[in-house]
Design a protein around this ligand. Sequence first.
Ligand SMILES: Cc1cc2nc3c(=O)[nH]c(=O)nc-3n(C[C@H](O)[C@H](O)[C@H](O)COP(=O)(O)O)c2cc1C
Length: 188
Amino acid sequence: MIDRAEYRRLMGSWATGVSVVTAFGAEGPYGATLNAFSSVSLDPALLLVCFDHSARTLGAIRHAGRFCVNMLSAEQEEVSRRFVGKVPMAEKFGELAWADGHGAPVLSDCLAVVVCDVTQEVEAGDHTIVLGAPVHMEMRSDLHPLVFYRGAYWERLAELAERVSAPQGEFKLAGGGSAAAAPPPVSG
Ligand SMILES: Cc1cc2nc3c(=O)[nH]c(=O)nc-3n(C[C@H](O)[C@H](O)[C@H](O)COP(=O)(O)O)c2cc1C
């Protein structure tokens, strides 16, 4: 048997983006911060999100049969924090800017959003994997991702992302050399 706390720590070493997954329940918009999100298939296009059985947003996804993955930008740590916890949904959405976009709540100013139809649910341990087929997508090229790593938000990675998106040939290697396509050195 592996140690649960250690497993949790180990999985925290896997750096991820941060999303808020939203759906319309019977009483209005629902949403939860979620990083268990992945692309699954290109043809057909399929992605997955993974919810604790107790997540209220999972009930809303079942109700609507449709959900939106709102991928957060480095400027949206506050949005991520707001969608964690069992506070009333009205409090989570509060004065936040959002709109009904193709049948799911779409948050404003995200890095990217993808609205999906539920195609399948798979129970796995204490979580439910929800598979979705994208029906609508929006993407911004002027924003960088909010990153979650070892239990903390890493906005500084946005600076590194800035360098990754720099034109080829601008990267400087730590040793003083340069390389056209090498990733930037990570320090600090
Ligand atoms: C960075 C981060 C990532 C999270 N990822 C997930 C996740 O992948 N699945 C999940 O069920 N809860 C995740 N949570 C916890 C949920 O956001 C939280 O339990 C939420 O309030 C539950 O949803 P509900 O409000 O719809 O009940 C995450 C929390 C944080 C801070």
